[in-house]
Design a protein around this ligand. Structure first.
Ligand code: GCW
Length: 710
């Protein structure tokens, strides 16, 4: 017996907030016996949405309409609120637990009032209560026991935000789930109900910020009409604890301000940004701040005036400081004119500026030093700028990981970075502690995820891609959670509570990350995708700007393959702290999953498996394809646990993934074979087509990139 409405098709719109009735009669009874009524007062918009969510959630899960009362003198009350809005909470023996949580944290606890058993959902702030409500509902959705419940939880990072790369014309850079959620044309008057559901979904996982616009920014967003549109979204999001951020184009003073310069030290420019900040806060009083991409990939920035990144960031930071805003300055900076290894440039530019940024500036650093590849070493800026709060930027949208057709669960990738040891203060100096601010005692901290949401009915395109949105939020709240735990939670809530479903599906999700590494870029290969749209393999991409070609990164020749970043090569290893630096620099100790990232390795180099490098490459590419086939087997066996629409959708996408895994394998091996001159061992499938065939494939209208880029 499966416990969900497995036979009526679902479209995925409800995400992980389906609130289906608990089918197991015993469990349902157990829940109903301890949750009989709600005692709460909706004294603010946030408490009112919390209460609404709680009621509709319980109504769905417990299949009854739960009353709201004022009377705590009865068994089975759910007491929800802050000590301020609900003075009786002081009588519920929660002091110790409440003292342990921060402003956004919450306590869920079995306790009693005048001898009557009750459960409290309490926090210091209304937003904390809202998070507690969602956590309580998750507890029920995942069928956890309510006996002696005691959950004390606080977010570890302060800014937990989505970065939307949404353009004002409705397209999304690297978006694979339709068009932008923001209907700029109809804003501020028409407020799609989706805005509220977006906010609910985010609040349910603790996300408290949304940067609405592409980092390749358009200054128009900072003009009054667009600020009013953004304000309308901010109004919808506010009760859910979400603040709006906007991307600031550095040249805005010229483009919309009529000035002749955007020089950060120019008095008129300084005055313009101050005036703009005032205007923004008049329209959006709780505006979060600016996210800025400057002097990167053609974007304007302070270097245009021979000024530093901190000059640029501080200009905006000073303007926004009086209003409590922050500037999130991206560390994704590299220059086409600098012939040095791209992996080194951000570090070389920014580390000397440590200590020069204003207090309300955060540097937002991608997880790795190149660009959201299937696997990267952690970005060496983490640990190297102790005086600057560093945010972690993760890419939820799957630009390099199969767009919205490949099932790739990203929590293992996210965790790999968070759990990486920087050794900056010796062993145990994890990236996670840099990011949460605890390592160097920063007041502000954060994590940003490049959103994978769009106008597709199911939000993220692939029915399983919402797991990555979910995982991002959960890890931004608590980076100690495991990838497995998060997958299990999400599967329980999104598909089924049946362990015969959850267990194999969790294994499938966890495997999916290594599968994509294997069939796209095993052993530390990187950046060998097709040009521009990045869809499919392109290890042969050459010409034009070198650091946008594949040849620059794989460096294959008759002798071997890989980018030498040891002291004999670019010496990017020097950016890491010992002993990791030495481990990476030594061919014998470098982890094999990053081997070709750091070394140029001979084709006949002996790997730990006993195979030569070439044979190992063949083995890994084939293993990737086999892993996808295994995922197909797993999914096919789960047919009884999933509604037909979503089941078939995933099934078909897995078959596309299998074809594309073969495409990647065959194209890459045939291409690299032109250097190795070695056969693909007989034990493996041989390529289906010729290298010319793969090299001549053209793809038009791939989503996520403006057509003009072809
Ligand atoms: O990964 C690259 C993408 C660009 C993106 C850039 C960035 C928004 O290919 O599309 O631009 O990163 O992160 O700024």
């Amino acid at each position: 017996m499966t416990n969900d409405r497995t036979k009526s098709s679902e479209d995925g719109y409800e995400l992980w907030l389906r609130y289906l009735p608990v089918a197991d009669a015993e469990r349902l009874e157990a829940y109903r016996s301890v949750v009989r009524c709600i005692v709460s007062r909706a004294t603010s918009p946030t408490l009112s949405v919390a209460l609404k969510e709680l009621r509709s959630g319980l109504q769905g899960l417990l299949d009854w309409s739960i009353p709201i009362t004022d009377d705590l003198n009865q068994p089975g009350t759910l007491v929800v609120g802050t000590p301020e809005n609900h003075p009786e909470i002081d009588a519920l023996q929660l002091d110790e637990d409440l003292a342990a949580v921060n402003d956004e944290g919450y306590v869920i606890r079995s306790t009693s009032y005048n001898g009557h058993p009750c459960i409290a959902i309490a926090a210091h702030t209304d937003t904390g209560v809202l998070y507690g409500v969602f956590a309580f509902l998750r507890h029920l959705q995942t069928h956890q026991p309510l006996q002696d419940i005691r959950i004390v939880s606080s977010p570890r990072t302060k800014i937990r935000m989505l970065n939307h790369w949404d353009n004002l014309d409705g397209t999304i850079e690297r978006g694979y789930a339709g068009f932008s959620l923001w209907d700029w044309h109809k804003l501020p008057d028409y407020l799609s109900p989706r805005y509220t559901d977006y906010a609910r979904a985010n609040a349910s996982i603790g996300i408290n910020g949304a940067s609405l616009t592409n980092v390749n920014a358009n200054s128009l967003i900072l003009t009054k009409p667009y600020l009013q549109k953004a304000a309308a979204l901010a109004d919808v999001f506010r009760p859910y604890g979400i603040r709006v951020f906007l991307t600031a184009r550095f040249s805005a003073p010229i483009e919309i301000g009529g000035l002749t310069t955007a020089d950060p030290l120019d008095a008129e420019v300084i005055a313009w940004w101050r005036g703009k900040a005032q205007e923004i806060y008049d329209i959006i009083p709780d505006f979060g701040g600016f996210v800025v991409k400057a002097n990167s990939e053609g974007q304007p920035g302070p270097h245009d005036y021979n000024r530093s990144h901190s000059d640029g960031a501080n200009l905006l930071a000073e303007a926004i400081a009086p209003f409590g805003g922050v500037v999130i300055w991206r560390a994704f900076v590299y220059d086409s004119d600098i012939p040095d290894d791209r992996a080194k440039q951000a570090y070389d530019d920014l580390v000397p500026q440590d200590g020069t940024f204003h207090k309300n500036v955060l540097l937002q650093v991608k997880n790795g030093p190149i660009d959201f590849q299937t696997r990267e070493p952690y970005h060496p800026l983490f640990g190297a700028m102790p005086q600057t709060p560093l945010m972690l930027e993760l890419q939820i949208t799957q630009e390099y990981l199969g767009c919205a057709t490949h099932l790739v669960y990203l929590a293992p990738l996210f965790k790999e970075t968070l759990d990486a040891d920087t050794y900056c203060y010796g062993r145990g100096s994890l990236v996670a502690y840099v990011v949460d601010g605890s390592m160097d005692d920063h007041d502000i901290s954060g994590m940003a995820g490049v959103a994978n949401t769009g106008s597709d009915r199911n939000w993220c395109g692939h029915p399983c891609a919402a797991a990555n949105w979910y995982a991002f939020g959960r890890l931004a709240w608590d980076h100690t959670l495991s990838a497995e735990t998060i997958a299990e939670e999400w599967l329980h809530m999104t598909f089924s509570n049946d362990s015969r479903f959850v267990q194999p599906a969790t294994t499938m999700m966890i495997t999916s990350r290594q599968a994509v590494v294997n069939y796209m870029t095993p052993l530390g290969l990187h950046h060998i995708m097709a040009r521009g749209h990045h869809y499919g393999p392109g290890p042969w991409v050459e010409g034009g700007r070198p650091d946008w070609t594949s040849l620059y990164y794989h460096q294959a020749d008759e002798e071997g393959i890989g980018f030498d970043r040891t002291p004999e090569g670019s010496n990017a290893v020097s950016h890491y702290f010992p002993p990791y630096r030495e481990e990476l620099a030594n061919l014998e100790t470098c982890p094999e999953n990053l081997l070709l990232w750091f070394h140029h390795v001979l084709w006949d180099h002996r790997m730990k498996s006993g195979r030569t490098l070439w044979d190992e490459l063949c083995c890994k590419y084939n293993e990737g394809v086999e892993q996808v086939r295994q995922m197909q087997h797993t999914w096919n066996a789960l047919v009884d646990f999933v509604d037909p629409a979503r089941f078939i959708h995933v099934q078909v996408l897995l078959s596309i993934q299998e074809q594309e895994a073969r495409w990647w394998r065959d194209a890459c091996l045939l291409y690299f074979q032109t250097f190795s001159q070695l056969p693909i061992p007989d034990e493996y499938e041989q390529p289906a087509e010729s290298l010319e065939y793969y090299m001549n494939l053209s793809h038009y209208f791939v989503p996520g990139i403006p057509e003009r880029r072809f």
